[in-house]
Design a protein around this ligand. Structure first.
Ligand code: CP
Ligand code: NVA
Length: 321
């Protein structure tokens, strides 16, 4: 039984298959489609808001021959406290697969364990694997192999999106730089979990810099509060919201703490001349990115959003193959 619960647990081989097949599904969208989900019903069980993930999975399941069943977690007994393991055992007897957006990573893992059906993490507090697979597909579509390239993440470096980027860098062999204030940097234990062969920290006038190497892939991770250092010579500048879903009560503090960790024209100048700018969306102008830079790179950002559909189809296909 295959699941996509995290990039931490996804093999390099499966990542390569998804990245290759996303291009095939994209190229063949208008042709008669391979329908590996024919006769199947897949539930989307969402405890958090979504535009891109929900629509790309609903359309993707439909285009692969299946029927999507959207379940707002608050409308089913799960939202009234029915345990995840009971909901999983019920749904596992009726449907063929599940796509889950929730808070705790353990809920997605328990659902997979108790339901006995393929389960996809559509975002938890810990990871957003489908998003980062799409981002890498989009980068490679525009610029070729990501291996050896420099990806700079700017903003809340401890949320789901940069954490999935960490596991991707460790497996696919690129350099990921995370520029975030100290309190918004990912925990160092994650570097070990990702398989770092060497981690060291240097004190510099601009603050501490953490560097990790991944000998098996050639990947590197740099964590720093020095935004200019992180952006210098980057191939891809990337950001996400400062206030992730579930953190709304911290909004004022986060805006104060993360102020300045923004992609704008001055930051883009530090990156390579042909650097891409990407955003997982939704975007908050004037916070993690400014209006001019967002609009200057809108074509890339909305190609990235469209590519959620093609990548979800490649993920669904992997799980039923
Ligand atoms: N990027 C992303 O996951 O968007 P949604 O929250 O709209 O699904
Ligand atoms: N880090 C964001 C991603 C949104 C797609 C959140 O969890 O809200």
């Amino acid at each position: 039984m295959k699941h996509l619960l995290s990039l931490e647990s996804m093999s390099r081989k499966d990542m390569d298959v998804v990245l290759q097949n996303a291009a095939v599904f994209k190229a063949q969208r208008k042709d008669a489609q391979h329908q590996p989900l024919a006769g199947q019903t897949w539930a989307l069980i969402f405890s958090k808001s979504s535009t891109r993930t929900r629509v790309s999975f609903e359309v993707g399941i439909h285009e692969l021959g299946g029927r999507p069943l959207f379940l707002n977690a608050n409308d089913i007994q799960l939202g009234r406290g029915e345990p995840i393991k009971d909901s999983a055992r019920v749904l596992g007897r009726m449907i063929h697969g599940a796509v889950i957006r929730t808070f705790a990573q353990s809920d997605v893992e328990d659902f997979a364990k108790f339901s006995g059906i393929p389960t996809i993490n559509a975002l938890t507090d810990d990871e957003h694997p489908c998003q980062i697979l799409t981002d890498i597909f989009t980068y490679q579509e525009k610029r070729g192999p990501i291996q050896g390239k420099v990806v700079t993440f700017v903003g809340d470096g401890a949320c789901n999106v940069p954490i999935s980027w960490i596991f991707a860098a460790a497996k696919l062999g690129f350099e990921l730089r995370i520029a975030a204030p100290k309190a918004y940097q990912p925990p160092l234990a994650l570097l070990e979990r990702a398989g770092a062969s060497h981690v060291h920290s240097e004190a510099q006038s601009s603050g501490e810099i953490i560097r990790a190497d991944f000998r098996s892939s050639g990947g590197k991770i740099v964590i720093t509060s020095d935004l200019a250092l992180a952006a210098s010579g980057a191939d891809l500048l990337y950001t996400d919201v400062w206030v992730s879903m579930g953190k709304e009560s911290e909004t004022a503090q986060r805006i104060q703490d993360l102020s300045g960790y923004q992609i704008n024209a001055a930051l883009v100048k530090l990156a390579k001349p042909d650097a891409l700018v990407m955003h997982c969306l939704p975007a908050y102008r004037g916070k993690e990115i400014d209006e001019e830079t967002f609009e200057a790179h809108a074509e890339t950002v909305f190609d990235e959003a469209e590519n959620r559909l093609h990548t979800q189809k490649a993920i669904l296909n992997l799980l039923v193959s």
